[in-house]
Design a protein around this ligand. Structure first.
Ligand code: GLN
Length: 319
């Protein structure tokens, strides 16, 4: 969703210049650059939304919802269905480009590939969806904590191993869920941590604004350190600055493999962490976009593309 003004300005320029005008208005949305540690983009995020997002303490409950719930983008809330819903056409796709925000620090779902561009399961999935919708997919690598509040302005949608939570649903809608996950505990290989009780009073690293962060903040006596990049938390764990890191299952397994012999990834079931569902975050009320994305997702599951991507990106990523 490029701002209409930008599209019109581009069109005017096109008419007056009659040359050199690209088909897209991508210049309207500056790329974020890498998910740097500085807090710039967090500051840019709509301030009134940030606190609500930050205190989504109970994310995992919402995440445990079933696909029906997760898939009910804009469900039952006609008031909020807004202009896009009424029009039945989605603004987000009007310029032929789907601007997607991610945080490429979450392997195997998203990471920076050898060519310096975001890659991973989510990126491949959203590109396949874009192909179905007949639009170009442009991926912006941003801080995770800025994604939700950037939807509808800087980006159209976000795919980032993002768990459906009630708190996030106050700001955005979600597509149908596409992956079930759970938080894991990454700890030194020789750790004694084995139960929820053992986490009390510990120095815990998390990725800022994630469900792991929300869980950690609820743990009695814990000192929580928030990182923009999960790998920085794991490095601090290896350096002895943290007792453990709480992060989603698949990245935890990737880190266990990457730092073999140094860290171990412990199943969240041992800590009573609940299942979470990943879905694509969408502009609130854009039921047309939700419908198109869900249809594409369904087709990709039916035609085997989805499973092929799971095999390519997820299976074996922890070896
Ligand atoms: N699934 C977690 C969340 O939604 C973490 C996502 C991530 O770090 N990319 O908060």
């Amino acid at each position: 969703m490029k701002k209409l003004a930008a599209v019109m300005a581009a069109a005017v320029m096109c008419i007056s210049a009659l040359a050199g005008c690209g088909s897209k208005a991508e210049d309207a949305a500056p790329t974020e650059g890498t998910a740097a540690a500085e807090n710039e983009s967090a500051a840019e995020a709509a301030p009134e939304e940030a606190p609500a997002e930050a205190e989504a303490g109970d994310g995992q409950d919402a995440g445990s919802g079933n696909e029906e719930e997760a898939g009910a983008a804009g469900s039952g809330n006609e008031e909020e269905a807004g202009a896009a819903g009424e029009a039945g056409v989605t603004e987000a796709l009007a310029d032929g480009v789907l601007n997607v925000g991610t945080n490429a620090e979450f392997p195997p779902f998203e990471y920076v590939g050898d060519d310096g561009e975001p890659d991973g399961f989510d990126i491949a999935l959203i590109k396949a969806i874009g192909e179905k919708l007949g639009v170009e997919v442009q991926v912006d690598n941003m801080e995770f904590a800025s994604l939700v509040s950037s939807i509808g302005s800087k980006i159209d949608v976000s795919i980032a191993g993002m768990t459906v939570t009630e708190e996030r649903q106050k700001t955005v809608d979600f597509s149908d869920a596409y992956y079930e996950a759970v938080q894991f505990v990454v700890a030194p290989a020789d750790t004694a941590i084995a139960s929820a009780e053992d986490l009390k009073g510990k120095a815990i690293g998390v990725q800022l604004g994630t469900t792991g962060d929300f869980i950690a903040e609820e743990i009695e006596g814990a000192t929580v350190s928030q990182y923009n990049k999960a790998v920085d938390a794991v490095n601090d764990l290896i350096n002895g600055r943290l007792d453990c890191v709480i992060i989603d299952k698949n990245p935890a397994l990737v880190f266990q493999a990457r730092f073999e012999g140094k860290v171990t990834a412990i199943d969240g079931a041992q800590f009573d962490f609940e299942a979470e569902n990943y879905a694509i975050a969408l502009p609130k009320g854009d039921t047309a976009l939700a419908g198109q994305i869900n249809t594409a997702l369904k087709e990709l599951k039916e035609d085997g593309t989805f499973d092929a991507l799971v095999a390519e990106y997820i299976e074996g990523s922890d070896e």
